[in-house]
Design a binder for this molecule. Structure first.
Ligand code: NAP
Length: 307
């Protein structure tokens, strides 16, 4: 009979890592799975995380590494395995990966979220050929070139600032005439004279043959179309929860997020959700790490009741 863990944690972003730290300290027998080697989830794509207390200006990769090193010091590291399905067998939760089947008394789902696509012509075809969802990963390829950032949130503005430092010219295409991003980030953006805002505009088509050479946009107020000549298009139009595999397992809201409050409790007994994947008002590193801690506390309470 294979081992039955107290807890299986899915995901090694800030919520999963925090859950790992709390689980290790609580002495729970824990298995921790993530589909990729680098820990940190979405923050590994973030140039600078400037709002995590005590670590101003730290790069996302460094912060992810520091979080993971903390868990490792406590004896817990994620195993790299892609989860294919989960099953609720009552007192036991079953997690299946390509090679293995694991059993646990509880489960914390902390699989985070991923970037949303625009769904316009050229986006798929020119992926990796000038279309990118990560300025910190791909920005260096556009040194002294022109880039367009699509979006008006924190990610878009951070990407635009990052690119403005290396590119000759950066357009920011936003569908309204006011940015959603925090004021501190906006103020940083306004410092760059090579940034041009394209307000009230939506992208229609990414153009290019083997490499992006333009983005066709339409002004939603005037109906006028404009072709922006560019070498790259960085898409930063929000995130979608990674809940595909959990659709028939746990209750989701209309946007696909797992319905769970601060304590991470879901509609399935013994299953908890933490971080960006759950319904919540603010998706930040600081809220993700507190989710991880809360979820483990809920796991402990649940296990005590079962004993
Ligand atoms: P977001 O805050 O949801 O912003 C998405 C942006 O894309 C919005 O400006 C939205 O326009 C626009 N948009 C959405 N769908 C679009 C479409 N189909 N076509 C054109 N534009 C579209 O997403 P995010 O910037 O990725 O941030 C995600 C979360 O991470 C947020 O909670 C954010 O605060 C957090 N985050 C925080 C930091 C930080 O604090 N340093 C950094 C990065 C991300 P509207 O404004 O009109 O809706």
């Amino acid at each position: 009979m294979s081992e039955i863990y107290d807890l299986i944690i899915l995901g090694a972003g800030p919520a999963g890592i925090s859950a790992g730290i709390y689980a290790a300290r609580a002495g729970l027998s824990t298995l921790w799975l993530d589909k990729q080697y680098a820990s940190g989830g979405q923050i590994i794509n973030t140039y600078e995380v400037d709002n995590y207390p005590g670590m101003p200006g730290m790069s996302g990769i460094d912060l992810g590494d520091a979080f993971a090193a903390h868990a490792e010091k406590l004896g817990l590291s994620p195993s790299v395995e892609n989860v294919l399905e989960v099953e609720d067998a009552g007192a036991e939760k079953i997690v299946r990966t390509k090679k293995n089947e694991y059993r646990s008394r509880t489960l914390i789902i902390a699989c985070g979220a991923t970037h949303r696509k625009l769904g316009i012509p050229g986006e798929e075809e020119l992926g990796g050929m000038g279309v990118s969802y990560c300025a910190t990963c791909d920005g260096a390829f556009f040194k002294d070139k022109t880039a367009v950032v699509v979006g008006g949130g924190n990610t878009a503005v951070e990407d635009a600032v990052f690119l403005a430092r290396i590119c000759q010219k950066v357009y920011v295409v936003h569908r309204r005439e006011e940015l959603r991003a925090d004021k501190i980030l906006q103020d940083r953006l306004w410092e760059y004279e090579n940034v041009e805002m394209v307000w009230n505009s939506i992208p229609l088509e990414i153009r290019g043959k083997d490499q992006v050479d333009g983005l066709l946009v339409k002004n939603v107020k005037t109906g006028e179309e404009q072709l922006l000549e560019t070498d790259g298009v960085f898409i930063a139009v929000g995130i979608l929860p990674n809940t595909e595999k959990f659709r028939d397992f746990v209750q989701l809201d209309e946007n696909g997020y797992i319905i769970a409050g601060e304590e991470g409790v879901t509609d399935v007994s013994g299953v908890f959700a933490a971080g960006d994947i759950r319904t919540k008002a603010l998706r930040q590193v600081v809220t993700a790490v507190s989710d991880g801690a809360n979820a483990v506390t809920s796991v402990q309470k649940y296990l005590l009741k079962q004993n």
